[in-house]
Design a protein around this ligand. Sequence first.
Ligand code: M6R
Length: 366
Amino acid sequence: EKGGYDHFMLKEIYEQPKAIRDTYRGRLLREQGLIKMAGVEDNMKKFLNADRILIVACGTSWHAGLVAEYVFESFARVPVEVEYASEFRYRDPIITDKDVLIAISQSGETADTLAAIKLAKSKGAFVFGVCNVVGSSISRETHAGAYTHAGPEIGVASTKAFTTQITVLTLIALRLARAKGTMTSSEYRTHLLELELIPEKVERALESDSTIKEIAAIYKDSPNCLYLGRGYNFPVALEGALKLKEISYIHAEGYPAAEMKHGPIALIDEQMPVVVIATRKGHYEKVVSNIQEIKSRKGKIIGIVFEGDTEVKGLADHVIEIPETEEALSPLLTTIPLQLLSYHIAVMRDCNVDQPRNLAKSVTVE
Ligand code: M6R
C-alpha cells in the first residue's frame, strides 16, 4: 500500500507531480486561456463584490492560506486576511455579508476550522471550502468549494495536500484576476503556461533527493534549525520549520528573512543550520545580504535556489537547486526540498515519520 516506498510520507512527496496535475485537470484550459471551476463560476458575483477575502485554517493549511494571501493580493488586488481558525472563532471577529471566507482543510474535519465556518455563516458571509476529503464535514458545511484532488494523504505530515491547496488557490486568484482585469493578458497566459509546467518541474526538484540526503546526514543531530524566506516564500519557511519539528522533533523556526535582525540573529553560531530560500526573482539581493550576515556569524547556510544561481553558491555551505519558475508559483517548488530534508532527518533519527508522537492526522477536538 506504500507502493514500494518506506513511508507514506515519502510516497506522498513523490506523488506531488500527479496530485498537482489532477488538481488542475479540467480546470486549467491553457489553450483556450480559461480557468473553469464551477464553485467559483457559480458564485462569481460574491467573489467580485467582496470587500475582502478572509482565509481560515490550521497548521499546514494555514501556511497555504498565507501563500494565497500574497497570490490573491498581487493577482486580483483584493485585500486578504489570513487567520488561525482557533483565534478567529474566539475573538468576536467583524464579519459581514460582504465578506467571502475561504476555509482550507485537507481532512475537512478540523474542529476549529469547522467552528469558524459556522460562525462566519451565521454572520452572513459567503463561505467557500478548499478540502481534500470528498464529503467531509467542512465540504458539506460550506456554501461552495473546490476540492484538491490530491488523493488520500495518510502521513500525518501534510505534503501533497499543501501543494495542491496552493494550486487550487492560485487557480482561483487567476480566475478573479481575469474577471477583474487586474492582470495583463500576457501575464495571465504566462501564469497558465507556467502552472501547467509545475508538475514536471516538481519531478526535477525531486531529483535533488540524494544531495538532500547528504545534507540531512550532516545536520541530523542539530538541536535547532532556522528557516528564512521572503515574499511568497515566507510561508514556505514556516512550513519547512513545521515539517522538521513535527516529524524529527528538532526545534525549528521559520521567519521572514528580514526579521532576522530583529531578534533571531542572536541565535546564530557555528552550530546553527539556516535554510534560506533565495529564488532569483524574489527580493534576491536582500536575501543574499541576509545570507552574508549569517555567514559572518558562522551560521551554516543551506540555500534553496533556482537552477543556474551563482551568487548564493559562492556563499552557502550547501545549495539545493530547483527549476526556475514565476516567483508567485515558486512555493510549489521550494517546498519540495524542505519536505525531503525533514523526511531524511527524521528517518536518520529513527523517528516514526508517518505517525509522529502526540499528533493525529485530523484534529477533531479543539
Ligand atoms: O486537515 P487540516 O488541513 O484541516 O489539518 C490542519 C492541520 O492539523 C495540519 O495541517 C497539521 O498541521 C499537519 N500535521 C501539518 O503537517
